[in-house]
Design a protein around this ligand. Structure first.
Ligand SMILES: [Zn+2]
Ligand SMILES: [Zn+2]
Length: 110
């Protein structure tokens, strides 16, 4: 079903927001349709979306480490994230940490 804006005769686009669906036009005209989506399923979708966002942001944090060509002692994958940590005083050499990009095994080398 195609409807046109009574104000400017442009094509109205169907949108959904907060479980309500409505027709909207570029000029700002809106026509509310009946509530087609039940709120519970909208809420569930949002929760799922939030979970996804958290996962994505954690992955972002992890990928801040540069990837080094290192062989994982566990699964023999050839790539590992690497970063350095100064464990004791600044006179000591820093410890190199590696984390396998595949099995997430973490090990360290001096
Ligand atoms: Zn319009
Ligand atoms: Zn591995």
């Amino acid at each position: 079903m195609v409807q046109f804006c009574p104000e400017c005769s442009n094509l109205l686009r169907k949108k959904t927001d907060e479980g309500n669906s409505f027709l909207a036009c570029k000029c700002g005209y809106q026509e509310i349709l009946e509530q087609l989506v039940d709120l519970e399923s909208v809420q569930k979708k949002r929760d799922a979306l939030k979970k996804n966002l958290i996962i994505v942001s954690e992955e972002d944090k992890v990928s801040l480490h540069p990837i080094a060509k290192k062989t994982c002692p566990k699964c023999e994958n050839k790539k590992a994230e690497s970063w350095q940590v100064q464990i004791r005083s600044s006179d000591e050499p820093s410890t190199h940490f590696f984390r396998c990009t595949q099995c997430k095994f973490t090990w360290r080398e001096q």
